[in-house]
Design a binder for this molecule. Sequence first.
Ligand code: ADP
Ligand code: MG
Length: 352
Amino acid sequence: MRLKAYILAAALLACSLLSACGVREKYEHQQYVYLDVFDTISYVDVYLEDGEKSSEYEEEIHEELLRYHRMFDAYNSYEGVNNVYTVNSQAGKAPVKVDEELFDLVKFSLDNMEKTEYRTNIVLGSVTGIWKQFMNDAAEKQQESEIALPSKEELEQAAEHTDWTKVVLDEENQTIFLEDPEMILDVGAVAKGYTAQRLADYIRSLGIESASINMGGNIKFVGERKAGDGRSYWIGSIQDPQTMQASGMGIKLEDGGTIVTSGNYERYVMVDGVRYCHLIDPDTLQPAQQMASVSIIAEDSGLADYLSTALFTVDVETGKEILSHYDGVEAYWITADYETYSTDGFEKLLVK
Ligand code: ADP
Ligand code: MG
């Protein structure tokens, strides 16, 4: 034991001497893992010039993530915060004053509805809630035959409370009011990407120059990559829905670049050979069946998340039509039968 400790001490000393001579890599890599936000695993990788503040950064980023987590939570209330839950509990009763970020996210989502053929509807909560309940119930059943699908009537009744024109935004007072008492706001389709986008700015404000954020498939890059291996750009990847492994395709991304994937392979239930995933087609009110995954590459991670959900519910052609309203956005589709499609600009981003 003693000898080992001695060798370790000698090695540490050698390291610090090297760093004093400037041989040591300039940037230190740290990975922060957060398990208690947005019902997923989030990774923030940072490359620090000065590692001393690392644990401070880790905590500050955690606090910021928790702040967004609470704000977008539809199930719990927190002291001192008017969140999605508060807005829902005041539906049909009163406007709720919310933080700038929640107001902005709701406004952004409503503003983009027309261009996206109303595919991502943040007040689809009464319907998505039924499917979430179905998934939770299914998880507890031993056999497939015990799983009951939601009835058409139940879904149609719920769909009567998804009229987005009944969301009243008051910009001056920063309030949100759901006019329909049974309407339910569910920002799940945009929340993670939106948070990743805002978190990137926050990370920069801390003085961190180089970082990558991965919140359950929402990936956002900050600054130049400083891994010290000579590659300054980032490489985004797309999972193979069949193997759940990286597909091997690398997408070259620079500072601010983002790649967001919506897929049917992580959360789903099989009944009678049909896959029921968590992405709902707002027309049929059923889980979308056409895609295995849709990845969006853009600058704004909130937009990428919003679009990934929208495009997941339509065919490739309609998806391309939707994208024609946006500049600088690329997409890669893997259909339910594992055929792949991409926008023209996507190919140019591939690392050969
Ligand atoms: P993930 O959260 O797995 O990354 P998404 O970003 O696509 O996937 O968001 C899925 C969530 O969005 C669902 O869990 C549900 O809450 C909500 N949702 C599902 N379908 C729609 C839809 N058509 N419009 C708006 N929200 C939806
Ligand atoms: Mg999404």
